[in-house]
Design a protein around this ligand. Structure first.
Ligand SMILES: [Ca+2]
Ligand SMILES: [Ca+2]
Ligand SMILES: [Ca+2]
Ligand SMILES: [Ca+2]
Length: 402
């Protein structure tokens, strides 16, 4: 129990050290694919002391500490990539100091009104001792779009934690069985030591406080550990750009940390455009007099949109003569050839930004001789045999010789 005053002294010491060593830099603008949710804290609840922080709702005066949750968005999701703190020194906000390397997911659809749920925390040791702080939350997206809440209060309980905390994160469904187990233990102790009612009370109280604290927040983008916690402040949906629009802010604490939950319109990045995949169709062999039907095709991801459509182009890549296409801008079309030989025809499919090509080989035969098959036969000795040879040619202008 003697540890509590010492913890408080350490906090004050950490606070003083932070004030002493921080150089003064303004916060940078977030880059694309990055959203920053900053909680500006007026830790002494006095607007006359501290820094002035800009926000979408106008300047906020009296800020001693800014806690920033940095979120990286990708086409697949969003992750909290670090937690930073900045301390106000002589009216200037210090450079960000990373105090947690993040690594947990933003919970898409887990927040209020289907918004994204962002969890973060700050060790109580980095905050002033118990009391009420004034807070404003400012969210900034990758292109500088912003939203901000109105000021609201965050009240830290006075040393609510047990004296010797051991962090045992429990999922909420584990709490009732653990509570029952501890209660049974307490009743057994009371039966065995009926005169130790004082001990029992202490045990039950410790158990109760320890349970509250053991079922702590897990920073994972899931809302299960926030059931029963009301928003500290809400903000209109749709009043700010995507990736900056704040919906609600929650907080709760355990023996070690102040936990923050911000529900906001965080979105995945738009998927990058993928090139189409063209297919010029199977190789063919045709007569010079005939025309080839080209069965071209292509697949694409529908991006970019617009146009969300593909355009096609057929062209001769190689071959001895000229090629006439029925419609060179159609995937499926016809082709005729001026001379016999082997041609490579190239199909190009374009999505407006990226393209792909595919080739097909057309063998054009000037003279296709077709012999009818002659069946085996058996004849008697001395019998006259007559064989008629029949041949055809695909080119109507040719004369056959035998
Ligand atoms: Ca202040
Ligand atoms: Ca959680
Ligand atoms: Ca909003
Ligand atoms: Ca595409």
């Amino acid at each position: 129990m003697t540890r509590l005053p010492m913890m408080r002294s350490l906090r004050v010491l950490g606070w003083a050290l932070g004030l002493a060593v921080l150089p003064g830099f303004a916060a940078g603008v977030a880059t694309a694919g990055t959203t920053t949710i900053a909680v500006a804290l007026d830790t002494d609840n006095n607007a006359a002391t501290g820094c002035v922080v800009a926000s979408a709702e106008g300047p906020v005066a009296g800020i001693e500490l800014v806690l920033s949750t940095v979120i990286t968005t990708t086409a697949n999701g969003a992750t909290v990539t670090r937690l930073e703190r900045q301390i106000c020194v002589a009216g200037v906000l210090g450079a960000p100091i990373v105090y947690d390397n993040g690594g947990w997911n933003v919970g898409f659809g887990k927040g209020m009104s289907g918004s994204a749920l962002v969890e973060s925390s700050i060790p109580l040791a980095l905050l002033p001792p118990a009391g009420t702080m004034r807070a404003v939350v400012v969210a900034t997206n990758g292109t500088g779009g912003q939203d901000a809440t109105v000021p609201f209060a965050i009240t830290l309980a006075a040393e609510a934690a047990p004296a010797d905390p051991v962090a045992v994160p429990l999922t909420p469904w584990l709490v009732p069985p653990v509570a029952l187990l501890l209660l049974a233990t307490a009743l057994w102790l009371r039966r065995r030591y009926p005169d130790q009612t004082g001990l029992l009370v202490v045990l039950v109280l410790f158990t109760a406080s320890g349970l509250v604290w053991a079922a702590t927040v897990i920073r994972d983008g899931n809302a299960g550990d926030w059931s029963g916690v009301a928003p500290a402040v809400t903000d209109a949906a749709g009043d700010a750009p995507a990736n900056a629009d704040i919906i609600a802010v929650f907080y709760q604490q355990d023996g070690t940390n102040l936990y923050l939950r911000v529900d906001a319109d965080i979105r995945k990045d738009a998927a990058a455009n993928q090139p189409p995949v063209a297919n010029a169709g199977a190789n063919q062999s045709i007569a010079l007099s005939a025309s080839a039907t080209l069965f071209g095709s292509a697949t694409d991801d529908g991006l970019p949109n617009p146009p969300a459509a593909l355009t096609y182009g057929w062209a001769k890549f190689s071959g001895p003569g000229s090629v006439a296409f029925g419609n060179a801008a159609s995937a499926i079309t016809s082709a005729t050839f001026s001379a016999a030989g082997t041609y490579v025809l190239r199909l190009t499919a374009s999505d407006g930004a990226l393209s792909d090509t595919s080739d097909t080989r057309i063998t054009v035969q000037d003279s296709t001789l077709l012999f009818l098959s002659i069946a085996d036969r058996t004849i008697a000795l001395g019998t006259r045999y007559q064989q008629i040879l029949v041949a055809g040619d695909g080119n109507a202008g040719n004369t056959l010789t035998y």
